[in-house]
Design a protein around this ligand. Structure first.
Ligand code: NAD
Length: 502
């Protein structure tokens, strides 16, 4: 360990997790753990220590085709979509129960794989998985179509109805920042709607999803309904997206890769939903409670070490309160104890990978070079893991890289503004449009501003109120389609119009 480090040592893993890490690299296809067609593997690291902890399969084209084939058969023979909806509901709920029963282990796996504090895995990611499954399971029995009286035929002469049918085989590709939660948020509506799935976690964080596969089998979800492929995005991910046997692609990840996927899916005109990056504004009006707002602004950017698509990475504070607010955010930043994921004192874990560590430090350096001042952080606290201190940049200009690009780290860029029109314009001056938060006691200003922001989600007086019942997704280059809520499950259906002349 680095001599100068202020970072605690990563506590030992539990015996159960150590045994899990020693498993042979395999894929979960057609309800079974199977060998890859070739021997290639990907090393998995604990970001808190920089040490390799496991190897997983780097799936070949043949592996992907096998998984897609299994999902295709499972869809086409109706073993899942043909079940009574109530039975699908029960099986999805059973998966939620099993996640709940294995929460401690899954949380530990998530934390050593991604780097997030165990308290966050236990208190946020895992409960959100359970909630998403239970919420979506309820839709299995309520996804109905409607009867319509056609407008251009004599009344009663044509019997017309609109059916919702499961879209089919879904390729689901997820990122590394909330590995299990992102996976489950995709699995839950797809399963509930009657679809079958091939899911690929990110190369950096495949472990929790692999453990989930055991629970899928234990829940009694039929073989082939949910298949798990580990592998590289450019190879295994691309193969999934291009497969002629896949009907829909659901992707969460970077805008850059989202564009590649959208292009690759075009040849077969697959249904595509994309949840991409963001550069979300936090807008603070002059009438706020400074301490409470500072806490919210800090939570918005420092949670999950800033590796959050909805992170409030651009703070706009009214000129009258800018200084007092930013001082309060900086003193809050000091309370985000940086450390290894399994240390109970840790509030902010490392970044996910050495690449991400370099990337984030590179952005801070670019900001410094372009003239931004570092109010706090801007460096690493040492240690062998990929740690970065919570960082606040001031004196930033709209054209700087740190203001324009998604950093995906604990780095806040703060600016002053004078009036609401000006701040709405500045907040919208981005290619992204995922989320925004507004902080004020002035209800009228809140609603007016909410109407002006080009963002898929606007939160008032909180860092985020993302919920499994509320549509989640972005405007502009933050993607298209919505996850969660009724819109989230409808995205896994096709609409069929049936009209019969009587
Ligand atoms: P990424 O785009 O690099 O990778 C995401 C996934 O895509 C991985 O599983 C990867 O293997 C796969 N992939 C990469 N290239 C591919 C290709 N050519 N074809 C098919 N699959 C491919 O993203 P990341 O770095 O893992 O995640 C961070 C990004 O995710 C950030 O930009 C963040 O904002 C975004 N994100 C968005 C949301 C949201 O809901 N909007 C949520 C979380 C993260």
């Amino acid at each position: 360990m680095n001599e100068m480090t202020r970072i605690a040592v990563q506590p030992a893993y539990s015996e159960g997790v150590q045994a899990f890490l020693k498993r042979k690299p395999q894929l979960f296809i057609d309800g079974q753990w199977v060998e890859s067609s070739h021997g290639a593997t990907i090393a998995v690291f604990d970001p808190s220590t920089g040490k390799e902890i496991a190897q997983v399969v780097d799936a070949s084209d043949a592996d992907v085709d096998r998984a897609v084939g299994a999902a295709r058969r499972a869809f086409d023979d109706g073993r899942w979509s043909g079940l009574p909806p109530y039975q699908r509901q029960r099986l999805v709920e059973k998966l939620a129960d099993l996640i709940e029963a294995n929460m401690e282990e899954l949380a530990e796996i998530e934390s050593i794989d991604n780097g997030k504090p165990r308290a966050a895995s236990m208190g946020y990611d895992l409960p959100k998985c359970v909630q998403a499954l239970r919420y979506m399971a309820g839709w299995a029995t309520k996804l109905n179509g409607e009867h319509v009286e056609p407008s251009g035929f004599p009344t009663g002469s044509v019997h017309a109805y609109i059916k919702r049918e499961p879209v089919g085989v879904c390729a689901q590709i997820v990122p590394w920042n909330f590995p299990l939660m992102m996976a489950v948020q995709k699995i839950a509506p797809a399963l509930s709607a009657g679809c079958t799935i091939v899911l690929k976690p990110a190369e950096q964080t495949p472990l929790s999803v692999l453990r989930l596969a055991d629970l899928v089998a234990e829940a009694g979800i039929p073989a082939g309904v949910l298949n798990i492929i580990t592998g590289n995005g450019e190879t295994a991910g691309d193969r999934m997206v291009r497969s002629p046997h896949v009907d829909k692609v659901a992707f969460t990840g970077s805008t850059e890769v989202g564009k590649l996927i959208n292009r690759a899916a075009t040849d077969t005109l697959k249904r595509v939903t994309l949840e991409l990056g963001g550069k979300s504004p936090v807008i603070v009006l002059p009438d706020v409670d400074i301490e409470k707002t500072a806490r919210g602004a800090a939570t918005s950017i420092f949670s999950n070490s800033g590796q959050v698509c909805i992170a409030g990475s651009r703070l706009f504070a009214h000129r009258d309160i800018f200084d007092s607010l930013i001082e309060a955010v900086a003193s809050n930043a000091a309370q985000w104890q940086v450390g290894p994921s399994l240390d109970p004192n840790t509030r902010m874990g490392p970044l996910v990978s050495t690449e991400q560590h370099e990337r984030v430090l590179g952005y801070i350096e670019a900001g410094r070079k372009e003239g931004a001042s570092i109010l706090c952080g801007g460096d690493t606290p040492g240690g062998d893991g990929y740690f970065v201190n919570p960082t606040i940049l001031v004196d930033v200009k709209p054209e700087m890289k740190v203001v324009r690009e998604e950093i995906f780290g604990p780095v806040l860029a703060a600016t002053r503004y004078d009036d609401l029109d000006e701040v709405a314009k500045a907040a919208n001056d981005t290619t992204y449009g995922l989320a925004a938060s507004i902080w004020t006691r002035d209800v009228s200003a809140m609603h007016k501003l909410a109407g002006k922001l080009k963002a898929g989600m606007v939160w008032g007086n909180c860092a985020s109120a993302a919920d499994t019942s509320l549509p989640f997704g972005g405007y502009k280059q933050s993607g298209f389609g919505r996850e969660s809520g009724r819109y989230g499950i409808e995205a896994y259906t096709e609409i069929k119009t049936v009209a019969i002349a009587l």
